[in-house]
Design a protein around this ligand. Structure first.
Ligand code: GRF
Length: 202
């Protein structure tokens, strides 16, 4: 049995999708042991509590640097016996200290087809650029911003009348399928990282 911890800053619909996938058996061999948020108001914390999962707020204001914040987060993750760290709408860039603490054991989901449109405004940037195809990416986290090896991607067509809100909503539907799938592949040891490439043994 592997222990998964989730870091989230907001609504937590991806966290919910992962919780549901564990409860329905679509993700097997893992339990959620901890949810951490940097935002006291994050609904993700409520979602975790509703499922009886320890949920904590770490307040960035109490730490002098990003690394100090990450040291606290890593300590909590280790205490919980975390095997896999899942970033799900976590709006902070993690430091190299964090990445090195869980080598190749941190995943992130991003609402664009990386390497296009990294950063915090991916959906707006894609629409503004005028792309005809959008999508989402699950990747391992390395020391760059949205640059780690890609595990899974899924695409969808952009509609003429899309707004950031409508496009984001359809991307979310894909994300809720893709993230549990990526986690499940990891749990089954079906992902081999070869340089930048993740080979998937399906
Ligand atoms: C998702 O779109 C994810 O790709 C991005 O942040 C959003 C989080 O949404 N990293 P939610 O909090 O899981 O609903």
């Amino acid at each position: 049995m592997k222990n998964i911890s989730v870091l989230a800053s907001g609504n937590g619909t991806n966290l919910q999708a992962i919780l549901d996938a564990i409860e329905s058996g679509r993700i097997r061999g893992a339990r959620l042991v901890l949810v951490i948020s940097d935002n006291k108001e994050a609904f993700a914390l409520e979602r975790a509590k509703k499922h009886g999962i320890p949920a904590i707020h770490i307040d960035p204001k109490n730490y002098a640097s990003r690394e100090d914040f990450d040291r606290e987060a890593v300590a909590r993750l280790r205490e919980a016996g975390t095997d896999l760290v899942v970033l799900a709408g976590f709006m902070r860039v993690v430091t190299p200290y964090f990445v090195r603490s869980f080598p190749r054991r941190i995943m992130n989901i991003h609402p664009a087809l990386l390497p296009c449109f990294p950063g915090a405004h991916a959906v707006e940037d894609a629409l503004e650029y005028g792309v005809k195809v959008a999508g989402c990416t699950v990747h391992f986290v390395d020391e760059g911003v949205d640059t780690g090896p890609i595990i899974l991607q899924e695409a969808l067509p952009v509609r003429e009348d899309d707004t950031p809100e409508t496009l984001r909503e359809r991307i979310h539907v894909l994300e809720h399928r893709l993230y549990p799938r990526a986690i499940s592949l990891w749990l089954q040891n079906k992902i081999t990282i070869l340089g930048r490439r993740c080979l998937i043994d399906e």
